[in-house]
Design a protein around this ligand. Structure first.
Ligand code: PMT
Length: 222
């Protein structure tokens, strides 16, 4: 049987985009497919964890043995995550959460009359920051999709959100990141870093989890 280093641990993962309505027929969202988060969910389960997967709207099958909670908006994702967080040991936020939602969702379909349309947006809650700043937070791993200054921006998110680790992906690299089957990650934690080379997301998930387990054990025994 494969090693079960996450036996007895509850791992919570967010995946996919969120979708924020503008009116009854339109929304804003992004290109996240959910593949990165679903791969981590599958491999955490294979390593023996109890796995909860809070997923935005994606077209992926639920990995066997994984408890999936479907949500659409950032606010719904926050609520689902907060209800599970008290029982979880490790939180891995791969979701590409919409930073803003429409200030007012139009009750009826927005009509195309004027030549210009201005919409006002309100900032969404930061789910990962909310979890990482709880009085006794789980081990928190954030993701950062960056198109420039990858290391500096990722390290800033690590510090600002008070995370245990951040996994940065450079989204300018062809064939990696959003909506592809492969990715590469630069991991940073307060005392160190590691590069995980370009490879299928399913393999990358194992390498990521191995580092997470190492740092989690370090944190819980020091
Ligand atoms: O889904 P795939 O197609 O497989 O693509 C994977 C991915 C590219 C989406 C993934 O690898 C990735 O990088 N996800 C993070 C995307 C991102 O840009 O996150 P961010 O920089 O907006 O946020 C940083 C961290 O805070 C993330 O862990 C995010 O989940 C979290 N966050 C952000 C905003 C918010 N309101 N709530 C959050 O929890």
């Amino acid at each position: 049987a494969p090693a079960q280093p996450l036996q007895g641990k509850h791992v919570l993962i967010t995946a996919g985009p969120t979708r924020e309505s503008l009116d009854p027929v339109r929304f804003i969202s992004n290109h996240s497919s959910g593949k990165m988060g679903f791969a981590i969910a599958q491999q955490a389960r294979a390593m023996g964890a109890q796995v909860s997967l809070v997923a935005g709207p994606v077209a992926l099958a639920t990995p066997p043995g994984v408890n999936r909670i479907n949500v659409e908006t950032a606010e719904q994702m926050l609520e689902a995550v907060m209800s599970i967080t008290p029982e979880c040991d490790i939180f891995i936020a791969t979701a590409a959460v919409a930073d803003y939602r429409a200030a007012d969702v139009a009750e009826n379909k927005i009509k195309k009359n004027a030549d210009e349309l201005t919409l006002t947006f309100t900032k969404n809650p930061d789910i990962l920051k909310a979890v990482a700043n709880l009085p006794s937070p789980p081990f928190c791993v954030g993701f950062a999709a960056e198109s420039q200054n990858v290391e500096a921006y990722a390290k800033r998110k690590l510090t600002e959100k008070k995370l245990d680790m951040i996994a940065a992906n450079d989204i300018t690299l062809a064939g990696l990141g959003f909506n592809s089957d492969a990715n590469a990650l630069q991991l940073f934690w307060p005392e160190g870093s590691r590069n995980l080379s370009p490879q299928p997301k399913t393999d990358l998930a194992i390498e990521l989890l191995n580092v997470v387990i190492e740092r989690y054990q370090h944190k819980t025994t020091h």
